[in-house]
Design a protein around this ligand. Structure first.
Ligand code: GSH
Length: 205
């Protein structure tokens, strides 16, 4: 049985969404943030030394990177291959892997930097300038890839969409999607899907 350790109000809602989209049985362990620091608390360290979420357990296998969790779930729990291209399509699989890793590898960093600068009310112009330029570069890149499609690799939802949700949600929260209707509509499309609504209902968001 698969267990997902879910820290509320963070990126692991997107892994709950993936589990719901796959329609498989799983156990959900829900953790609350420290009300003062907004960080994870000691209880999550029992699941992984890093004390960060999501954490997926499947027997002896423990994964704590959302991209690796997405790959693992799709490889093992998506028998019809709905959320990834067929193994024979080398180019499509390469693009799938590129966009799966892009969210955590490139997109999240500058958004996290901007979030910290904003929350600490920093006015460091060099740091803001760097973050703003990087964020614009990346949001333009995602917009260009999305084009007129419903999801990042075409009309059907696929693995990389579950990774893009969290950084785009953060960008929206920071007011950085204003003037970017295609990205807002993409995020909204995922968040209003039945599987996402079930994920929120079961996990508390
Ligand atoms: N690269 C990791 C990042 C994990 C991560 O930073 N998770 C956040 C939740 S959004 C967390 O657990 N933060 C709590 C803390 O650092 O105290 C992934 O993709 O899963």
């Amino acid at each position: 049985m698969i267990t997902l350790h879910h820290l509320r109000i963070g990126r692991s809602i997107w892994t709950v969404f993936l589990l719901e989209e796959l329609g498989i049985d799983y156990t959900l362990k829900i953790y609350e943030r420290d009300p003062k620091t907004n960080r994870a608390q000691a209880d999550l360290k029992a699941a992984t030394p890093l004390g960060k979420s999501p954490v997926l357990e499947d027997g002896d296998i423990v994964l704590s990177e959302s991209g690796a969790i997405t790959s693992y779930l799709i490889e093992n729990c998506d028998p019809d291959g709905r959320l990834g291209p067929p193994e024979t399509d080398k180019a499509a699989r390469a693009d799938w892997a590129q966009w799966l890793h892009y969210s955590e590898g490139s997109l999240f960093g500058p958004l996290l930097m901007k979030m910290v600068l904003t929350r600490t009310r920093s006015d460091a112009p060099l740091a803001h300038g760097y973050a703003d330029a990087e964020i614009a570069l990346h949001l333009d890149h995602v917009t260009a890839k999305l084009g007129d499609a419903a999801h990042i690799l075409g009309d059907a939802i696929q693995g990389p969409d579950f990774g893009l949700g969290a950084p785009l949600q953060l960008a929206k929260g920071l007011g950085l999607l204003e003037g970017r209707p295609a990205l807002l509509a993409y995020l909204d499309r995922m968040q209003t899907s039945d599987a996402f609504k079930r994920a929120v209902e079961k996990s508390g968001g």
